[in-house]
Design a protein around this ligand. Structure first.
Ligand code: HMG
Ligand code: MG
Length: 298
């Protein structure tokens, strides 16, 4: 870890598997996470403690954390409210991630709240988590566009993001939930956050690849100074409450790019490709990652 130049925050088990039609057996989820850790991914978000009716794919969250043993507690878990926090605290989880929306419509669809109401949910959640010694990451969705509202004003994204961060988060992950953003927008949004007092070292980027822009956007963010990148093994993922969204940036594609740049990720690409190939077998469909496709056969 000391010799890592960038940090890849792996979201495949959570953002990936939450969007699969079928429910992956809990033992396979545990194996997936264990293999990702073994492949050198420094952070692997494991699951979410949301309402199981909203995301049945991750209803087995508690069982999964227990199955992972003592190390299970070290994986970040996604939580929307105090009920989710209680479930995470019961298991001794140490890292929490909350997720807010930059737009009114998505706040309603994803959290059954208004843009303002979401903070009433997050405030006590983060306060209690911090008091319990937990580290909290905050995601912000729809930073580059929203399927219902269209373009999202940069000022609005920054205002919501800053408010989320100021609740007591250690990092803010900027989400292109539906993958519409392009490189120019990435620079402009990062500049706006910097100007609002959030430097690149407290920011992360979270790109979905719907329009094939995710890797280019990650490169733009890296050139800007971002050093934490969310990605999903094999390009798994999407968002169940944003229908046009497809998978996240594939972790393999990101690792391949950084390897070419001589930027150390600490990830063993062969072990990662083998893991995604195995998960593709579990899911019964090939990985969408170009790098997995290219390397799996070689
Ligand atoms: P609600 O229906 O308004 O909830 O949903 P409520 O507070 O009115 O409670 C209703 C019932 O749900 C109660 O039970 C609660 O206890 C229970 P009852 O008293 O009726 O028996 N409940 C819960 N049960 C288990 N775990 C919980 C929980 N909370 C309440 N945490 C709620 C509001 C926020 C719960 C709901 O909207 C929800 O679960 N949303 C989650 C949606 C989601 O997971 N979306 C995907 C993740 S976000 C994402 O993918 C984007 C990201 O990747 C970044 C990007 O790409 O942009 C992060
Ligand atoms: Mg996402």
């Amino acid at each position: 870890p000391g010799d890592r130049d960038v940090t890849i925050y792996e979201v495949g088990p959570r953002d990936g598997l939450q969007n699969e039609k079928g429910i992956v057996p809990v033992a396979a989820k545990a194996e997936f996470i264990t293999r990702l850790v073994a492949a050198g991914l420094p952070i692997v978000e494991a699951t979410s403690f949301v309402h199981p009716k909203w995301v049945p794919q991750l209803a087995d969250a508690a069982e999964l954390i227990e199955l992972l043993g003592p190390d299970g507690r070290k994986h970040p878990v996604l939580v929307p409210n105090e009920r989710g926090l209680d479930r995470a605290l019961e298991l001794g989880c140490e890292h929490l991630a909350i997720f807010g929306s930059a737009t009114e419509t998505f706040a309603r669809k994803n959290l059954n709240s208004s843009l303002d109401e979401q903070f009433a949910m997050f405030e006590p959640t983060v306060a209690r988590a911090r008091a319990a010694g937990m580290d909290v990451r905050a995601y912000i969705s729809m930073c580059f566009g929203d399927p219902w509202e269209g373009a999202v004003p940069v000022d609005q994204v920054v205002a919501v993001g800053k408010r989320l961060f100021d609740l007591g988060a250690s990092q803010l992950s900027l989400g292109d939930t539906i993958g519409v953003g392009t490189t120019g927008q990435v620079g402009a949004l990062l500049d706006a956050f910097n100007a609002a007092g959030l430097p690149d070292d407290v920011l992360a980027v979270h790109f979905h690849d719907t329009y094939g822009q995710a890797l280019a956007n990650a490169y733009a963010a890296w050139q800007h100074g971002i050093r934490t990148f969310d990605a999903s093994a094999g390009g798994l993922g999407g968002c169940p409450y944003a229908e046009s969204a497809t998978g996240n940036l594939a972790t393999e594609d990101l690792v391949w790019m950084f390897r070419g740049l001589g930027v150390e990720t600490g990830v063993d690409l062969d072990a990662l490709v083998a893991t995604s190939t195995w998960m593709a077998g579990v899911l019964g469909k090939p990985s969408v990652s170009r790098v997995v496709t290219a390397l799996a056969g070689s």
